[in-house]
Design a protein around this ligand. Sequence first.
Ligand code: ADP
Ligand code: MG
Length: 396
Amino acid sequence: MAKLIVSDLDVKDKKVLVRVDFNVPIKNGVIGDDNRIVAALPTIQYIIDNNGKAILFSHLGRVKTEEDKKELSLRPVAERLSELLKKPVTFVPATRGKELEDAINNMKDGDVLVVENTRFEDLDGKKESKNDPELGKYWASLGDLYVNDAFGTAHRSHASNVGISSNMPQAAAGFLMEKEIKFLGDAVENPKHPFVAILGGAKVSDKIGVISNLIEKADKILVGGGMTYTFYAAKGLSIGKSLVETDKIDLAKQIIAEAGDKLVLPVDNVVATEFSNDAPHKVVEGDIPDGYMALDIGPKSVAEFKDVLKTAKTVVWNGPMGVFEMPNYAKGTLEVGEALGDLTDATTIIGGGDSTAAAKQLGIAPKITHISTGGGASLEYLEGKELPGIAAITNK
Ligand code: ADP
Ligand code: MG
């Protein structure tokens, strides 16, 4: 369903409350990766270029104690934002009260203001994270319009997304949110075929929802990573010391039966005696020998996966093919990632925190059509769930 977008709003002279995702890694006041701040720029720039006042809300980390507040202030983020926008940005070290209200009332058209970490409100009864009705209503009272550009928290019902939305006559999506909905939505609801899903990562239990939702929609589901060996166990293959979820073996059997030849499991694996880059390792086909654990898919599997990918028109990738953090077990993930990057005639989408990290580490990120900014949110989207943060945005 089409959503109201920030560009549909008349923002001139308006106080525009914007939920962004500025949840960036910060150590000792220094920002590690500012991708998320950069990703929010188009929406902020649009509002200031059109003479609106941009009032930005975001969470940062988890605030459990008074101590946590020191490390989790959004002040460094406001400073970086100011550098990126090349203009002053007001930072208010409060989430409510006179200082915040005065600062907002003193804003001129085109000004930008960053409110302190919304999760500072969590110290007092998790008001932000549990969507306290009074808090959402209060924040909504501070502005004229509301824009949600925080896809990364769209799977959660918080005061700063669902709470504000429900106290405003309408809520619009920001440009980042719009992009996420477009790419993930088209892939799941309206993919160009052949549609191939590549699923990996540690646990079957994390990905069951995605597999179930994509079984009907995808033409092929390529499985790799740690969850492979629960499927191996379901097929009666030996798995040695490999990762397995014994309570999910029956479910794996069911999926195998349902998916038929859509489901492609690796035919060979890189196995090692220990969970260590330096452990003795080798490639084996089929059964995993006793005393060994499978830590990556093998070269024959990579070749088969590449063959399937060659003709794909839509590819969704979630979860690495092996323990890519260790160089000896990164090859499967690297080669599948490269094959994805080489598809010039397909829409390629990556979702999931570790898969995104892998894509960046391997240098293939620039060749991917869309890398989702939301780990958990993208997974839930691929599971076909309605995300509360998106549901709360006004339909056009
Ligand atoms: P994402 O964050 O992309 O959704 P996951 O969190 O599900 O991915 O899984 C990523 C983790 O899975 C990585 O830390 C990786 O080392 C681990 N992993 C992948 N393959 C294996 C394997 N064969 N054995 C153990 N762990 C694995
Ligand atoms: Mg992960």
